[in-house]
Design a protein around this ligand. Sequence first.
Ligand SMILES: [Zn+2]
Length: 318
Amino acid sequence: MATVVITPEMQRANAEALLGKDPGKFRDPGQRWTVKRYAEIQRLLKQAEADKPVTILNLNPFSLKINGGVFFPEEIAPCPPGKPYTIHLIRETRWGHKDLGYDAQNMMQMEPVPAIPLVLAAEYIREYVQQDGGFGGVLCYVGDHDPASFKKGAMIRVPEVAYNERGEFYVEVRERDFHETLAAIRKKRNSSILNRLQSANAWYENDSQRMNVNDTHRDMARLAVEEGLIPELPRWVMQANTLTDKQPEPCPSCAATPKAGAILCVNCGHIFNVIQAYKNTRIAYGAVEMDRLTAEEWKTVNQIKAERDKAKGKAGAP
Ligand SMILES: [Zn+2]
């Protein structure tokens, strides 16, 4: 058998042939074969109306991602709080290829393999809805209709994954009521969210598991409050928000924790803020606490004193 060396130029030409570009430009019989197959398959897809766009709705507060494969380069954006879903459209068929090797005439055959929008969308349904432990919160339908325009009783065509007796999967399109399906998908999502929040609550109580509580849980909690599933945000959501606020230092004299902004310690009377204490006449000018002042702070204190002396002089006080 002859050894064929595939050059980078040939690889590039193969890749272009797989996208059916400019059929006239290919001299290589294998590439011409590929371009022809591409055109045939695309015509068949059009005839069968199998190349229609598909709409995916994400009701979840996290992005959707199908792992693995060139067919799923995108992430579907999370649903922001207060919105019913994000809308994602898959408009185009995506193409892969199957290397069929060489035929009897030593012609290399690369078969273009289409992944139509319907099949791509079904993968999201399988991952997020159909599979055991699927989260819910994802709905797909054929076409690019605005979901907000669906009236009561409107029917949609939903791609679902099914398996034949050999265990191979195929996509079945089912007619469903849009609003009923949306409600069912939302219900499944809500019960998944409550489940996850319950785990997060338990983890948070445990020192060794607390780190399992992450931003996705916090986003779920916010959505759960927004949707009225829980009455208020869990402690561990507040925690993340308040952690950045500076906590007051303990009192240097007695180690009690003061309230934020306190001028003096309620426990031992230690003055935290000397200038403020002087302004409030908690301490007198020259009090021992003033030994802690910097040169800059002395200026402020002396200014206050000068104004007070002036006021005193004007009033004619002794
Ligand atoms: Zn104190």
